[in-house]
Design a protein around this ligand. Structure first.
Ligand code: SF4
Length: 358
């Protein structure tokens, strides 16, 4: 099997060209072909000599994986399905009771969300997930492996909108901070001047609060942060999200409060509204107390009911009241518009169907 050039940073590409006896400047040329011109084959790298291309072709390939499925919503949201070959790593398992299995033919999804002049790509970082959140279809699939940096970057290149993407969120399948090295490598490629050249302001990483790697992320990366909070009360949150047992959300908030979010980097909190579970005034007030002193925003999210789960989304009037309570306390709060409902854009649906049929 050939080695993928995609997903390598400039240092690694320098090692590739050194191994092949090619001039050092070739590494930057290859990076441009991969991440700026987005070629699919080494033969398209026409400013490399024929001999250099032939040498590279013996061992390497570009490594873009075309999408294998596509659904388009009436609102323009597009859901892409990608086959992936995962690197499996046993380790942390916070509540997924399904066996960890390495699937040869696993699949992940990326969702492109158009919004006026923006096109945001929601990308996956793992096939399945081992965090076991009860309300999540991806969590129900179990964990099949980490995506390589190549698999992550390939999602950006293979979608039809590649050249007009304006933003990205690491909010697809998987917990990005449970695949830290590969996600950070992908972010490096997205933000480097030899790579995509994106500003960190265009990138948001969403996490349920994997505390040790969250600290690394806050120390090492200038991109935005979104935290899936969902409930301010520990025992209730634990009943939905096993991660609470390992890293209580209060510890996550305490850590975040040590960093500055008054400048370009922003932090937001995702709060999925489960009717009769986490949507009372008591919950709103506890959330206000928890976030006090933090420059942040809260996104309230309608829940799309899934099978064998006791809660439905909160009624609109309850969501509006919850929002007003937070806004009146000074916390900017919005109700996130639902997108792509007719193609089941909820996390994990499409890939779940694919994996079940494998
Ligand atoms: Fe994993 Fe996120 Fe789903 Fe939780 S919500 S199981 S972290 S993909």
């Amino acid at each position: 099997m050939k080695i993928k050039l995609l997903g390598k940073n400039l240092e690694e590409l320098k090692r590739v060209v050194a191994d092949e006896g090619l001039p050092g400047y070739t590494a930057k040329q290859i990076a441009q072909w991969l991440y700026v011109k987005k070629v699919r084959t080494i033969d398209e790298m026409t400013n490399l000599s024929k001999a250099a291309r032939a040498a590279l072709n013996l061992k390497y390939e570009v490594g873009v994986t075309p999408y294998a499925g596509l659904q388009i919503s009436s609102d323009g949201t597009k859901k892409y399905l990608f086959p992936v070959s995962c690197t499996h790593r046993r380790g942390l398992n916070l509540g997924c009771t399904l066996p960890e299995t390495e699937l040869e033919n696993s699949a992940v999804e990326a969702v492109m969300i158009p919004d006026e002049d923006r096109a945001t790509l929601c990308v996956s970082s793992q096939a399945g997930c081992r965090m076991g959140c009860r309300f999540c279809m991806t969590g129900r699939q179990g964990f099949h492996g980490n995506l390589s940096a190549a698999d992550i970057i390939s999602q950006f290149i293979a979608v039809d909108e590649s050249d007009r993407l304006t933003n990205t969120v690491f909010m697809g399948m998987g917990e990005p901070l449970d695949n830290y090295e590969n996600v950070m490598r992908a972010i490096e490629i997205l933000t480097a001047d030899w790579g995509f050249g994106w500003s960190p302001k265009r990138i948001t990483l969403s996490t349920i609060g994997v505390l040790p790697n969250l600290k690394r992320y806050l120390d090492e990366c200038r991109c935005h942060l979104a935290v899936s909070l969902h409930d301010p009360f520990g025992p209730e949150r634990l009943s939905m999200m096993p991660v609470q047992g390992a890293w209580p959300v209060q510890d996550v908030i305490d850590l975040i409060k040590q960093y500055d979010f008054t400048g370009q980097r922003r932090v937001s909190f995702e709060y999925t509204m489960f009717g009769g579970f986490n949507d009372s005034k008591v919950h709103a007030d506890a959330l206000i107390r928890m976030l006090k002193g933090l420059e942040c925003r809260v996104n309230l999210i309608r829940f799309h009911k899934i099978p064998d789960f006791p809660y439905d989304t909160s009624p609109d009037v309850v969501m509006e009241n919850f929002k007003s309570r937070l806004n009146n306390s000074g916390i900017t709060t919005t109700i996130r518009a639902s997108r792509g409902e007719d193609i089941l854009a909820a996390c994990g649906m499409l890939a779940g169907e694919h994996n079940r049929s494998c």
